[in-house]
Design a protein around this ligand. Structure first.
Ligand code: T4K
Length: 408
């Protein structure tokens, strides 16, 4: 067997792994140390490192200008951003949400004593389906919380029309969507409020961090109070707020990192194009649809595996890629109504969420980061093509492995 043939055999069948070292799912694009040093030294020297000081305020101003929004409050992560947004919106009763999301979306509701009502997602965009939202609307509902999944903006027009028509509020969990656009406007200025994440895994990573944006002045005032324990500034706390403040260190990194967001998004578009052109000929692989009104920042790149046409399941493909040293994630599996925390919702919702269940069972998130090379992308695609070509042998091998494990 020559070297080329050996490389073509998937590592799971004994070939050499395509990558010598592990290829993570995410690699945060961080600023150079030199660009941060003087500001870090400044705050280390003057000791003003917390309580919405100079750099938090500067970062907020930059975000307001960039997003073209009147009010923007930095927070220590998107989870607390969602918690204070829901609190400040003074919601009651139930909120319509997708079950196909990260746990934080639902946790934030439950921490506010609100009841999640799960609606199904669209089979192509993987975002909350406005028709399903309409079906579950009732008098108990005080808001809809939609998620721009993987950076792909929701059907904001339909969701806004539904919210206005039913006099309920609309909150966007925009954790994935910093830099994404809808009808040429940046995400951040829609609905009653939006919440971004600047976590290490996001497109503008600063470690831990987030931001809440709104056009509404009264809501902005309550948010500002909610972020500091519910304290308007005189220690006479108005309601049980959080400590959701961002530190100066994080704000310094954010100010620097924001400069490259547009460039990173452009690079990600090229990477996604390469993924798509190398994988689109394969049977049984589907991509997330971005509608003509939307521009995704490609926070993540996911594929949906049809096991009959592709030749193996999502979980089998994940094992094949792992053997090639390519890490992937099952974002988001299981859907929230099937997790231990929310199992009380299983009976009521499982049969009402067929698309959520189907997408969640078959979705695989591939590595994607801004400084990924086209060669790396092509190697990942090659591994997926080989998995399809060698599917019968791979399945036999995995079955034998499973049997021998079971026998021990
Ligand atoms: N809403 C939605 C829709 C969300 O997806 C999220 C969070 C939130 C709200 C809440 O946002 P935050 O409160 O976090 O701001 C991760 C993240 O922890 C989470 O922020 C994110 N969404 C979620 C989708 O993914 P894990 O446990 O799946 O990822 P983890 O920690 O395994 O990291 C993934 C990969 O990233 C690792 O393989 C290595 C790499 N990595 C990770 C970290 C932490 C780095 O290279 N550097 C790092 O510092 O949760």
């Amino acid at each position: 067997m020559n070297r080329k043939q050996k490389r073509d055999i998937p590592a799971i069948l004994g070939g050499a792994p395509l990558f010598e070292s592990r290829m993570g799912i995410v690699r945060p694009a961080l600023p150079r140390e030199a660009s941060l040093r003087s500001r870090f030294v400044e705050v280390l020297t003057n000791g003003k490192i917390a309580n919405n000081s100079r750099y938090v305020r500067m970062f907020e101003q930059k975000l307001r200008n960039y997003l073209q929004i009147d009010h923007c409050l930095l927070v220590c992560n998107a989870t607390s951003g969602l918690m204070i947004a829901l609190k400040s919106m003074q919601l009651k009763g139930s909120v319509i949400v997708p079950s196909f999301t990260f746990s934080a979306t639902i946790h934030a509701l439950v921490w506010n004593g609100l009841e999640p009502i799960f609606a199904d997602i669209d089979p192509d965009t993987f975002n909350l389906d406005p028709r399903s939202v309409e079906e579950v609307l009732s008098r108990k509902v005080s808001a809809v919380m939609a998620v721009h999944m993987f950076g792909n903006p929701c059907d904001i027009d339909s969701l806004s029309a539904l919210a206005d028509g039913n006099k309920i509020q609309l909150l966007f969990d925009s954790a994935h969507a910093f830099g994404s656009r809808y009808r040429d406007k940046l995400i951040g200025c829609f609905g009653d409020a939006e919440v971004f994440s600047f976590h290490a895994t996001k497109i503008c990573p600063i470690g831990e961090g987030g931001a809440v944006t709104t056009r509404k002045v009264t809501l902005a005032r309550r948010l500002a109070c909610a972020r500091v324990f519910g304290d308007p500034g005189n220690s006479n706390v108005r309601f049980p707020g959080l400590n959701a403040k961002m530190s100066e260190f994080h704000a310094i990194v954010g100010l620097e990192n924001m400069k490259s967001v547009r460039r990173h998004i452009q690079k990600r578009h090229k990477i996604v194009q390469t993924f798509k052109s190398n994988l689109s000929q394969l049977p049984g692989i589907k991509f997330q649809k971005i509608t003509h009104c939307a521009e995704s920042n490609f926070q993540n790149f996911v594929i949906i595996i049809d096991k009959n046409r592709f030749g193996m399941t999502r979980d089998q493909l994940q094992k094949v890629l792992y053997a090639e040293n390519i890490l992937t994630k099952r974002y988001f599996y299981p859907p929230l109504h099937r997790t231990i925390a929310y199992k009380s919702y299983y009976k009521k919702y499982d049969c009402k969420l067929p698309v959520t269940n189907e997408i969640s069972r078959n979705i695989l998130c591939l590595p994607l980061y801004s400084d990924m090379t086209i060669i790396e992308v092509k190697k990942i695609c090659h591994a997926i093509v080989q998995a399809h070509l060698y599917a019968p042998e791979i399945k036999k091998k995995l079955k034998r492995k499973g049997n021998s494990k079971g026998g021990k």
